[in-house]
Design a protein around this ligand. Structure first.
Ligand SMILES: C[S@@+](CC[C@H](N)C(=O)[O-])C[C@H]1O[C@@H](n2cnc3c(N)ncnc32)[C@H](O)[C@@H]1O
Length: 229
């Protein structure tokens, strides 16, 4: 079983001997990899839709792992019992959905030691949610796949310290760890915001002017980060 870069980066963050839940497993590749490589003690693969559950079941049977990976159909953390796992992976979903899953399953999340979170978009919503709900990003890395760069966060319970909102977008740990993809990541963001600025600056409305101010502020922040690298 060979994982793509994004999934491999997620799987590499799981501590050896963990009891793992892969929420929204789809193909089931992460639990298969973790089990085959004896990284996890056991795993639970969940999905809200029956189609992905059946896809995962097929893949799990190809690797003869039916008795090692438990498949459960259900939303978010609901299929997981309190104290059943140490680590929950929530990867490949939008940021708002990830926040909804954490919020809806708060009572279960409280019993899980750590989370590997990999949003496809709306990273800042996830980081802000984590900060406001006493979750701490203790490690963070970037991975590039199909010309897109993703953040993969390792999260535990605890209060983080954030003194600038820019860190919701560009994780503090990425800067501290001098992530090899950081410059490219921030440069992409800088170019995107310049595009938005050039569109918005020709619109004559109060909301456009406010958006312009916000974008210019962000641009300054990105340039500040780039200067420090
Ligand atoms: C794009 S796939 C990502 C699969 C895999 N985690 C990855 O990173 O490649 C998203 C999966 O999440 C599932 N999903 C969406 N909402 C969910 C929810 N509330 N609870 C569990 N699974 C969900 C979808 O059915 C789909 O299989």
């Amino acid at each position: 079983m060979k994982l793509t870069g994004r999934l491999k980066t997620v799987a590499d963050k799981v501590s050896i001997g963990s009891r793992v839940a892969d929420i929204g497993t789809d193909h089931g590749y992460i639990p298969i990899y973790l089990t085959k490589n004896e990284i996890c003690k056991f795993s639970i693969a969940t999905d809200v839709r029956k189609g992905p559950i059946e896809k995962a079941r097929k893949n799990i049977s190809i690797y003869n792992l039916e008795d090692k990976i438990y498949l459960r159909n259900g939303s978010g953390l609901r299929p997981i019992k309190k104290g059943e796992v140490d680590c929950a992976i929530i990867a490949g979903m939008g940021g708002c959905l990830i926040c909804d899953i954490l919020e809806d399953g708060k009572h279960i999340a409280d019993t899980i030691e750590n989370f590997i979170i990999q949003p496809m978009q709306a990273i800042e919503s996830v980081a802000e949610y984590l900060y406001n709900n006493e979750f701490k990003i203790y490690d963070n890395s970037l991975v590039k796949e199909n010309n897109k760069i993703y953040q993969v966060m390792s999260v535990c319970h605890g209060q983080d310290y954030i003194d600038d909102e820019i860190y919701f977008e560009i994780g503090k740990k990425l800067i501290e760890n001098k992530d090899p993809l950081l410059e490219e990541y921030v440069e992409l963001k800088r170019r995107e915001i310049i595009k938005v600025i050039s569109k918005v600056q020709n619109i004559d409305s109060i909301s456009a002017q406010e958006r312009l101010k916000e974008c210019r502020y962000k641009l300054k922040k990105y340039e500040g980060v780039l200067k420090c690298l």
